[in-house]
Design a protein around this ligand. Structure first.
Ligand SMILES: [Fe+2]
Ligand SMILES: [Fe+2]
Length: 189
């Protein structure tokens, strides 16, 4: 990444130097140096917009691990499903693909939350009710989003993708991690 930045900086400096030379050789009345200057300004803008799009995708890292294989597997799949929805939003993939992605994500989110609650109940996790209350609130938001999607169409999808991205990463890092040590001590890994 660092090497790419250095290479880009070198290319930009060389282009800027070439532009100065073209200015000196052809004068400001010629369109050539101006065209070169516009190209020079567009390069970082184009690269920046590509980077911003890619930055919005979720990448799994060990910070998200709750130390329980089955739950990590579920969370990784949820991240993938959110990324699919993000891709559908960014790339205008059409109604059928968007709807399919949204439905898959909603369905799997509900399945995961139930699986997690079952695990916590089974091992009598002390804050089971508090944890479940957070899941219930999230499901209620998701149901509202699905209803709004039926009524308003794709314009609400970026909001859904942003909400689920934030909720999921925050919930895993803060709330889900609260059961890690408790379950690990009971042999769940
Ligand atoms: Fe949870
Ligand atoms: Fe979870």
């Amino acid at each position: 990444m660092q090497n790419k930045k250095i290479l880009l900086a070198v290319i930009l400096v060389l282009l800027a130097a070439a532009d100065v030379l073209v200015f000196m050789a052809m004068g400001a009345a010629s369109p050539a140096p101006w065209l070169l200057l516009v190209g020079l300004l567009l390069v970082p803008l184009l690269l920046r917009s590509k980077a911003t799009k890619c930055d919005s995708f979720l990448v799994w890292d060990e910070d998200l691990s709750v130390g329980i294989e089955a739950m990590d597997r579920d969370h990784k799949k949820l991240l993938n499903l959110i990324n699919n929805l993000r891709a559908a939003v960014l790339c205008n993939t059409g109604e059928a693909f968007e709807r399919r992605n949204l439905e898959d994500l909603v369905e799997y989110t509900k399945e995961h939350l139930q699986r997690e609650e079952e695990l916590l109940r089974q091992h009598e996790f002390p804050n089971y009710e508090g944890h479940k209350a957070q899941h219930d609130q999230m499901i209620s938001y998701v149901n509202t989003y699905v209803r709004r999607y039926d009524e308003q169409g794709r314009k609400i999808l970026p909001e859904v993708a942003d909400y689920l991205t934030l909720w999921l990463t925050d919930h895993i890092k803060v709330t889900d991690k609260q059961y890690s040590a408790y379950l690990n001590e009971r042999g769940v890994t």
